[in-house]
Design a protein around this ligand. Sequence first.
Ligand code: DGL
Length: 271
Amino acid sequence: MDNRPIGFFDSGVGGLTSIPHLFEKLPNEKVIFFGDTARTPYGSKSPNTINLFAQQIGDFLMAENVKMIVIACNTVSAIALDKLRERFPDIPIIGVISPTARVVANQCSANNKIGVMATKATVESGAYINKIIEKSDEKLSIFQIACPALVPLIEEGFTGTEIMRLTLKHYLDDFITNNKIDTLVLGCTHYPLVKEAIKNLYPKIKIISSSEEVIEAIAIELEKVDGFAVENNLSNRFYASDLSAGFTNMIKEVLGEKEERYSIRFKNLDI
Ligand code: DGL
């Protein structure tokens, strides 16, 4: 048993999309979330910068005495997971790509055409292709597309707008048609915030979301170290490097009305 919180982080609001799935599947767990809203997006930054930011956030979460770190960001998972594990060897550190790749490998066969939409850094890392191939016995067809305009638009609150619909069409229409995609991986934790818009545009496509698939991996890790929390009254804490209205609104949206035990705080990370 371990009632310490789980540390989650993302470049901004995207990683918050994992939190409702966590509370649904593991309701006793508490979180300390850090969104680097002052420096988002990460997806178009260089690996050196992404590694530096990830280590600063890791230092902060370790100082908050978390029992595990969940990298609720595909970009950081693709670039910085191994370095973070080296830096913090004493606690489990989980990224979102491996658990998602496992689901793709389990659910898809050679008949499927898999599309991965992600940030530029994630696409360039090749992490999804490598992990899916590693976990599958079949010769799967995997196509990738970088969608760099999506994260800034989502952070600015454009999720339900016509601009978003046109931007999604711009990236996905030809990608889906030309490659005959039938399974689409949301390889960025911001993208569940536009999942409905994607479904409306392409209703026949099966969607796999990295924000959701990571939860089972958390449960497996906690089980291994006998680290599940028991029922408790501790609060959830949400930190951001810029306390934007988008961040606070998104927390209310993802937590819903019933979750009352949380606080929202500013945290400056020295650059
Ligand atoms: N949510 C992050 C991801 O999953 C977004 C990265 C970004 O800031 O561009 O990749």
